[in-house]
Design a protein around this ligand. Structure first.
Ligand code: E4P
Length: 217
């Protein structure tokens, strides 16, 4: 499973980019607002840093303006994936941009029926928001299971990109279910490194090593 970083913060991307496990980046208007930076400049900088797909979201809601925005965002770099909302206008634009050879990430997906339509509209990625579903008492990962099954049933090539990830368990469940990608906030990546037995074991090894009086270098 690929891991994307869910952030528009350049420092956070730089800090994790050399680890080898950053396969792409996702942004949205809220993350751009949080960064306090210019959208076009930020996306260009991220595309320079990261080889994989970098999602940049349109902000218009009508199809005509959305398409123009998408075409402008796509020109920033070859690895831009234009993000459109899962609305009727968004899916029209998804089809138009996909036909022009642009990667499209259909976002704000909350149902299996929506995911089916996005795949038929040629989306490269579908982004179901698991955390926001959990927040309202629904089963976010249940949605992932259904989409993965339906796409497999019909050999649909749209990649399931698990979004709105709140913790390590979402990432593990996504991988168990065969999702293609999870987009993960940097703080969840940090939590993925950690295990109390790793800390305890390392402390014991260090203490025993110190007693030997040896050094490797
Ligand atoms: C990424 O593509 C989504 O926009 C993001 O994961 C949404 O996360 P949130 O529900 O924590 O805002």
């Amino acid at each position: 499973m690929k891991l994307f970083l869910d952030t528009a913060n350049i420092d956070e991307i730089k800090a994790l980019n050399n680890t080898g496990f950053v396969d792409g980046v996702t942004t949205n208007p809220s993350l751009i607002a949080k960064s306090g930076r210019d959208l076009m400049e930020t996306i260009a900088e991220i595309c320079d840093l990261v080889d994989g797909p970098v999602s940049a979201e349109v902000t218009a809601t009508d199809a005509e303006t959305m398409l123009k925005e998408g075409q402008k965002l796509a020109k920033i770099a070859d690895n831009v994936a234009v993000k459109v909302p899962l609305t009727e206008a968004g899916l029209l634009v998804c089809k138009a941009l996909s036909d022009q050879g642009t990667m499209v990430n259909v976002t704000l997906c909350f149902s299996t029926a929506q995911a089916l339509l996005a795949a038929k509209a040629g989306a490269k990625f579908i982004s179901p928001f698991v955390g926001r579903l959990d927040d309202i008492g629904s089963n976010g990962m249940g949605l992932i299971e259904e989409i993965v099954t339906i796409y497999a049933n019909y050999d649909m090539r749209t990649e399931v990109l698990v979004a709105s990830v709140r913790g390590v368990q979402h990432v593990v469940d996504a991988a168990l279910m065969g999702a293609d990608v999870a987009t993960v906030p940097p703080q969840v990546i940090s939590a993925m490194f950690k295990h109390p037995l790793t800390d305890k074991g390392l402390a014991a090894f260090m203490s025993d090593w110190e007693k030997t009086g040896q050094s490797i270098l």
